[in-house]
Write a protein that binds this ligand. Structure first.
Ligand SMILES: *Cc1c(COP(=O)(O)O)cnc(C)c1O
Length: 445
């Protein structure tokens, strides 16, 4: 087994062609003939291999990965422990279907999820393939357990692209336009967006709760589904006290608090879960992205007395908790623990926030620098205003890409640059990436 990739790839960003290079362009032309135009590519450089925080494309360019495939490869690329675990499992068996003939790795992942998610109550889990599937199942369970129909979501929310999760997701373009009709009994209320609403956490929660009580009725609410830090919606960190107030309201009103930790979980924010920063203990937690180092795996973890109300056979799926993905999750979690990647995420945040706040002083287009740990963002605005500046975000991403740094944008208004570096990124790589980003911002204002 070749685990020497890491050393042969090296740790430096280095370009040998213009980007995208000729081989990438060739692949892109082929792609246009056979891949649906409904899928976009942020940047069409085709990847050949990767190690740590470096992606190597088919033309031999070494790119610095500040996106981790959207917060997925948090332990970095080509981690020997993950390669070994996955390789051994592929050789042992790749699939049986847990519902037909089970295997131990599924149980081990559920044991880890029970231990790591907030709260020391008894918990059980069910495993799935994608974040959207986890959210769908969390909603099924919440409705069954409460006997109530209504699901509350907030502005700027992103929970996926299946029919139910499209309904939970806020943004129309590109996620929902012409894809309806959507699932019923979903109600959207205002969130906490300190940069734009100026409200304290308790004030924003009172506003949301008043809306729920007047337009839905507390007794109809099965659950509030919420990202503790919003991902696609713009890396919005709610004001302190917002999440605890919503959580307390659900408890007082017989509803469930479902934390969608799919993007914010697994050390990304400097703790195992983003709700940990405010001591919130959700009834159900959904996980995916960072959980399995790039293998498709998602979890729904909740209070045993809620999860176990589901009738036998009520949950499942052919591939959910696939053994290869399950051992990848175990290797990922072990790596996070061994390397204390939560601490590493806090360090990345300290370095990046300091650099971006310095940069903010020199320019008029950075409205806010925000985030937590290694979930880092800057919201771009028209100079001297709070008007969203999507063109600036696009230009900055483009500049970074052209210089071999993979950065991505997000936000309801498309005006937020987000950084989600692998948590194993070195200080030198991080400094390099931040320098390119600063040059990008300076190049436009
Ligand atoms: C990505 C994401 C999802 C959907 O996950 P998929 O695996 O893409 O289906 C749901 N919620 C949040 C917060 C996400 O970031």
């Amino acid at each position: 087994m070749d685990t020497t990739v890491q050393t042969t790839i090296g740790t430096q960003r280095a370009l040998v062609t213009e980007l995208p290079g000729p081989k990438s362009q060739e692949l892109h032309a082929r792609r246009r003939k056979v891949v649906s135009a409904g899928l976009t590519n942020g940047f069409p450089v085709y990847i050949d291999r990767a190690a740590g925080a470096i992606l190597v494309d088919v033309d031999g360019n070494h790119l610095l990965d500040l996106g981790s495939g959207i917060a997925v490869t948090s332990i970095g690329h080509a981690v020997p422990a993950l390669i070994d675990a996955v390789s051994e499992q592929v050789a042992a068996f790749t699939h049986t279907c847990f519902m037909v003939t089970p295997y131990e790795a599924y149980i081990q992942v559920c044991e880890e999820l029970a231990a790591l998610t907030p709260g020391d109550h008894e918990k059980t889990s069910a495993l799935f393939n994608s974040g959207a599937e986890a959210i769908e199942n969390a909603v099924k369970i919440a409705r069954l357990a409460t006997g109530r129909p209504a699901i509350i979501v907030v502005d700027h929310a992103y929970h996926g692209r299946t029919n139910l999760t499209m309904a939970l997701t806020a943004k129309n373009m590109p996620y929902k336009d012409h894809f309806g009709p959507f699932a019923p009994e979903i109600y959207r209320v205002p969130t906490s967006y300190p940069y734009r609403d100026g409200l304290s956490g308790p004030e924003a929660a009172a506003r949301a709760i008043a809306e729920i009580e007047s337009s839905v009725g507390a007794h109809n609410v099965a659950a509030i589904v919420i990202e503790p830090i919003q991902g696609e919606g713009g890396f919005i960190v709610p004001a302190e006290g917002f999440l605890p107030a919503l959580s307390a309201w659900t408890t007082a009103n017989g509803a469930l608090f479902i934390a969608d930790e799919i993007q914010s979980g697994f050390c990304r924010t400097g703790a195992w879960f983003a709700v940990d920063h405010e001591g919130v203990i959700p009834d159900i937690v959904t996980t995916a992205k960072g959980l399995a180092g790039g293998m498709p795996l998602a979890g729904v973890t909740g209070r045993a007395e809620i999860m176990n109300q589901v009738h036998e056979g009520g949950l499942g799926g052919t591939y959910g908790g696939n053994p290869v993905a399950a051992v990848a999750a175990l290797a990922t979690i072990a790596t996070m623990r061994d390397l204390d990647l939560a601490a590493r995420a806090r360090h990345i945040g300290d370095v990046a926030f300091a650099a971006l706040r310095e940069l903010q002083k020199d320019t008029t287009i950075i409205g806010e620098v925000r985030g937590r740990g290694a979930m880092i963002a800057m919201e771009l605005v028209e100079p001297g205003t709070t008007t969203p500046n999507a063109a600036a975000a696009k230009a900055i991403v483009n500049f970074c890409n052209q210089h071999g740094v993979i950065a991505i944008s997000c936000g309801t208004y498309g005006n937020v640059i987000r950084l989600l570096p692998p948590l194993v990124i070195t200080d030198e790589q991080l400094a390099d990436g931040l320098e390119v980003l600063a040059a990008a911002v300076r190049s436009i204002g």
